[in-house]
Design a protein around this ligand. Structure first.
Ligand SMILES: Nc1ncnc2c1ncn2[C@@H]1O[C@H](COP(=O)(O)OP(=O)(O)OP(=O)(O)O)[C@@H](O)[C@H]1O
Ligand SMILES: [Mg+2]
Length: 254
């Protein structure tokens, strides 16, 4: 993103925002409520155009593309929305298999197998025939997550992937994200208030503040004396980051 500006009416979201997210990294978007985290994911996903400035994904300038061309780019991007957004009248199999039905020529049997596998990866069994209203909140998040990765995207955008999950499933999704990143080179952008788990896996942190951002590795932000950073992180956040820094230095990335 370069010099991005966006306002909704009088509400300015970004005013000269620039940042770059390396391919193959896990990037953590932080910032208070309403600072534009979800909107930034939507912009990377080609669902929201900036008023001015450049947004490039994999070298492609999104701002110049037609809706149709954007549709092509979106196929390589998995999105997990903050609201989950499953279709109420469809079963879990139909919801998770939807991108495969729309964008591939796979047979129903192949789709069923792929869907079963991704559901297994998020810790769900025997839910294919259930409707969204028959699932708990945590199960819904995991089904939405399964749908976001079912197409094996190159980029995965996750809006609050840990919200509403119990600790066991936070760990499960965290491990799955790290595995997708390490094994398949998936580029991941996560927004999260769940600091501990997101920080553990982040290569880069992007802190949204005052309509712009400050970015760096967790180690860099921990030792930053930029007021916008220290204020947001607070003493606890900095102490935790310093601890992470030490344990990484001692034994590599945990
Ligand atoms: N489609 C829209 N129309 C009008 N205003 C919008 C729209 N989308 C976002 N906004 C506004 O833009 C700002 C950023 O919203 P966004 O949802 O990106 O924040 P966020 O950082 O994700 O917040 P949260 O932590 O609460 O999820 C907010 O002030 C919001 O009201
Ligand atoms: Mg949000």
């Amino acid at each position: 993103m370069r010099d991005v500006r966006l306002a909704f009416g009088r509400r300015v979201v970004y005013d000269g925002l620039s940042c770059s997210l390396a391919r193959g990294g896990i990037h953590l978007l932080l910032g208070g409520s309403g600072t534009g985290k979800s909107t930034l994911l939507r912009m990377i996903g080609g669902l929201q155009r900036p008023d001015s400035g450049e947004v490039r994904v994999a070298g492609q300038l999104l701002t110049g593309l037609s809706e149709r061309e954007l549709g092509g780019i979106r196929k390589g991007i998995g999105m997990l929305f903050q609201s989950g957004a499953l279709l109420d009248s469809m079963t879990v199999l139909e919801n998770v298999g939807l991108p495969l039905r729309e964008h591939t020529h796979q047979s129903p049997a192949e789709i069923r197998e792929r869907v079963t596998n991704v559901l297994h990866a998020v810790g769900l069994e025997d839910v294919l025939a259930l409707l969204p209203r028959e699932l708990s909140g945590g199960m819904l998040r995991r089904v939405a997550f399964a749908r976001a990765i079912v197409m094996q995207p190159e980029i995965l955008l996750c809006d609050e992937p840990f919200s509403g999950l119990d600790p066991l499933n936070v760990t499960r999704i965290e491990q799955l994200l790290v595995r997708l990143n390490r094994e398949l080179g998936l580029t991941i952008v996560v927004t999260s208030h769940h600091m501990a788990s997101s920080l553990r896996m982040a290569d880069q942190m992007i802190l949204l503040r005052d309509h712009r951002c400050v970015a760096g590795t967790p180690e860099e932000l921990a030792s930053s004396d930029d007021e916008r950073v220290t204020e947001f992180l607070g003493d606890d956040g900095r102490a935790y980051l310093a601890f992470l820094h030490e344990s990484r230095a001692a034994g590599g990335k945990s």
